[in-house]
Write a protein that binds this ligand. Sequence first.
Ligand SMILES: C[S@@+](CC[C@H](N)C(=O)[O-])C[C@H]1O[C@@H](n2cnc3c(N)ncnc32)[C@H](O)[C@@H]1O
Length: 350
Amino acid sequence: MKSKKMSSDKSIHSDEIIKIATGFHLSKILFAAVEFDIFSKIGRKKLQAKEIAKMCRLPVRSTTRLLNGNVAVGLLNYEKGKYSNSKVSEKYLIRGKKEYLGDLMKAYNNILYDKWGNLEEVIKSNKFQPVFGPQKDTIGNISKNIKIAEKAIMAQHNYSIKPAEELASKFDFSKYNTLLDLGGGSGILSITAVKKYPNLKAIVFDFPPVCKITRKVISKYKAGTKVKVIEGNILIDDFPKGADIILISGVLDGYDSKICRKIIKKSYDYLPSGGAIILKESIINDDRTSPLFPVLFSIALMIETEGGDARSRGEMTQWLKEAGFKKIRYKPLTGISGKFRNLGFLYAEK
Ligand SMILES: C[S@@+](CC[C@H](N)C(=O)[O-])C[C@H]1O[C@@H](n2cnc3c(N)ncnc32)[C@H](O)[C@@H]1O
């Protein structure tokens, strides 16, 4: 008995702790490389450290360390004294690529990195940390300030491109005429849906500073004839008239459950009979301890919003039932990230 216990103790390794402890090193080498735009500068080439340092106007010694770090984590390759992008970096970290994640990396680095450094304060005070401005939470600041809205919304846009495609292929919008995209952000979910469904139109409803960005994105995607943008506050203003389906993606996670219930009830009252609602989120399991990404997201939301939290299927189902929705169903969106982000959507009918 004793010897069995000893041998199993040997298999327990301090590396498990050290890997978690040094997680911030990993984030930061990625963020620094994105900030210096190293992946775009390398592009499809194979370059020496001194060439990359020169292009970035950085010292060779420190740049070499950063490059080596990125090789060690698999974001760069190193062969015969030259660095090149790994497959994943080539796809996601080169500016101008469709699925570029650099804006999101910059948002993590410039907006959230320091705030996570104050986690103990957040736990002690049980209050969010003002993220952009002196007092307001993230949503409050996005609603008021175009510069902040631009940073946050373009980061979200990066994130939403692929799920938008998957949503449009997994949900049959053909039965509906007009989609109301509450808190539609850059509008990418609406744009993607109307492009796939010729008879569908959409209305993106969001705060005025966000709508300025939405209009630019819509014009870039040449979707102006099918996607309207209307400024307003979901919590206060009447929803724009005429839609028979409502989409709420990445919005409920910013609010406490009382407000979420109100938004869902307001949606129910708004919809015509036979209308539908879609709730899309990164979904935490009902016991709230897994999967890792939504669990960390729930901590991030505690740091940066007044009442936000990751949402579970169970609680969203309950809110839909309470509001009166029927035929509540769920589909996962695993296309972009396997099970890691645990994205999915609930949909229901009035
Ligand atoms: C995380 S983003 C999601 C954007 C988009 N739905 C997507 O999934 O890509 C949340 C969006 O909800 C908007 N939003 C949050 N609360 C809102 C409110 N009370 N009124 C209008 N828009 C709101 C924010 O401005 C932001 O654009």
